[in-house]
Design a protein around this ligand. Structure first.
Ligand code: UD1
Ligand code: UDP
Length: 380
């Protein structure tokens, strides 16, 4: 008998990391795979859905400008109920630590539908950091029947919370699958590569691959709103002014709490290039071209090490300590002095740069999605 899997996701990173899982599941016989996009993100989600060719069964279209956690959480819960009633899936798959993930897991719990949690077990150990993601991920972890942990460390975190070991599967992170797929796609399709180059030359006035010292920047964390973002922008201003030969490329998150401040403080600096969020294929091209990466993003912290790019993480802690231990990622906080010092060191100390740019990936081998699909097949 055909079993029904419902994947529920709503933001850019969830879609990137669930795309390989979707495609792996569709290869399994007697399995019907449906996708509910919550639309927690809009343009940024649509970019990924189009690129990875994911058919959406239901789109809840919940995003509103400047949404807050109360309205988002309640709207998601209310809108998910009729979806679960109508589709009555045999299991639900959620991803990571977003509010979509937490609420979808909760909705599954209320309807007594088993939940699989992809990217389970990452922890900082601090409930409010990252906020609200650490809480979200823990809630999905309490509910989940299957925990797809990217690393052994993530599994250990779950074991320490008394999750039964038979329910935890170390699969690798599906972000590595997505990155490999995109890299192969870019390598195979030379026309696409040229299109991307042309698009970037039009947008920036140069090809980032030709720029010797391009620094790629992203930031969006709620705990960095306000003071943290001021510190980050002030560091970028100082660095860009003292290194006029370096180019800073900053795809700015669409959250107005980020974009308004970034535009106001960095908009007029010649070698700081503020662009709208770019498609995943363009972002992979930029990552590959970067000399180093400054970010507070979870996904970017995982991707950059596989391309051998040193990363300075603008947060005080991380639920992804594996690359810190391996030496490719350093925590500098959202603190302008430490961001400047860390960047200066990497621009001037070639031994340190070499040490931090060893390509390797503690997060997986690119086959995580296949493993997850196989476990779902066996379990249903
Ligand atoms: C959300 C997640 C965060 C994740 C991040 C990835 C929560 C609480 N936060 O944070 O865990 O790391 O996504 O990017 O789940 N916006 C648009 N268009 C878009 C996307 C966002 O205009 O395509 C604007 C809207 O004004 C929206 C605002 O950004 O209200 C904030 O979006 P939201 O999803 O609440 O927060 P993020 O900071 O994106
Ligand atoms: N990304 C993208 N376009 C951009 C910036 C980032 O496709 O302009 C990708 C990036 O490669 C990574 C993901 O978006 O896979 C990270 O998303 P984000 O930083 O918004 O969320 P987080 O990972 O912190 O939850």
């Amino acid at each position: 008998m055909t079993k029904k899997v419902l994947m529920i996701f709503g933001t850019r990173p969830e879609a990137i990391k669930m795309a390989p899982v979707f495609h792996a599941l569709t290869k399994i016989p007697n399995l019907s795979v449906q996708v509910c996009a919550t639309g927690q993100h809009r343009e940024m989600l649509d970019q990924v859905i189009t690129l990875f060719d994911i058919p959406i069964t239901i789109d809840l279209n919940v995003m509103t400008e400047g949404q807050d956690l109360f309205s988002l959480t309640s709207l998601l819960l209310t809108k998910l109920r009729p979806v679960l009633d109508e589709l009555s899936p045999d299991c639900i798959l959620v991803h990571g630590d977003t509010t979509t993930s937490m609420v979808a897991a909760l909705a599954g719990f209320y309807c007594d539908i088993p939940v699989g949690h992809v990217e389970a077990g990452l922890r900082t150990g601090k409930l409010r950091s990252p906020f609200p993601e650490e809480f979200n991920r823990r809630v999905s972890g309490i509910i989940a029947q299957w925990h797809f942990a990217p690393t052994q460390k993530n599994k250990d975190n779950l074991l320490a919370e008394q999750v039964d070991k038979s329910q935890i599967f170390v699969t690798g992170n599906t972000v590595v699958d997505a990155l490999h797929q995109m890299r192969d796609h870019l390598n195979k399709d030379s026309k696409l590569k040229i299109d991307i180059q042309n698009q970037l030359v039009r947008q920036l006035g140069f090809d980032p691959k030709e720029s010797e010292r391009m620094i790629l920047l992203t930031c969006h964390r709620r705990e960095n709103f306000g003071e943290g973002l001021m510190q980050i922008c002030s560091a970028v201003r100082v660095l860009a002014t003292s290194h006029p030969g370096s180019q800073f490329i900053f795809p700015v998150h669409l959250n107005p709490k980020i974009s308004e401040h970034v535009q106001a403080t960095l908009g007029m600096i010649k070698n700081v290039h503020l662009v709208k969020p770019v498609s995943y294929e363009v972002f992979c091209y930029l990552l590959d071209a970067a000399y180093l990466v400054l970010t507070d993003s979870g996904g970017v912290q995982e991707e950059a090490p596989s391309l051998g790019k040193p990363v300075l993480v603008m947060r005080e802690n991380t639920e992804r300590p594996e690359a810190v231990t391996a030496g490719t990622v350093r925590l500098v906080g959202a603190d302008s002095k430490r961001i400047i010092a860390g960047t200066e060191e990497l621009l001037t100390d070639s031994d340190l740069f070499k040490k931090m740019s060893q390509a390797h990936n503690p997060y997986g081998d690119g086959n995580a999605a296949m493993r997850i699909a196989e476990i779902i097949r066996r379990s249903l």
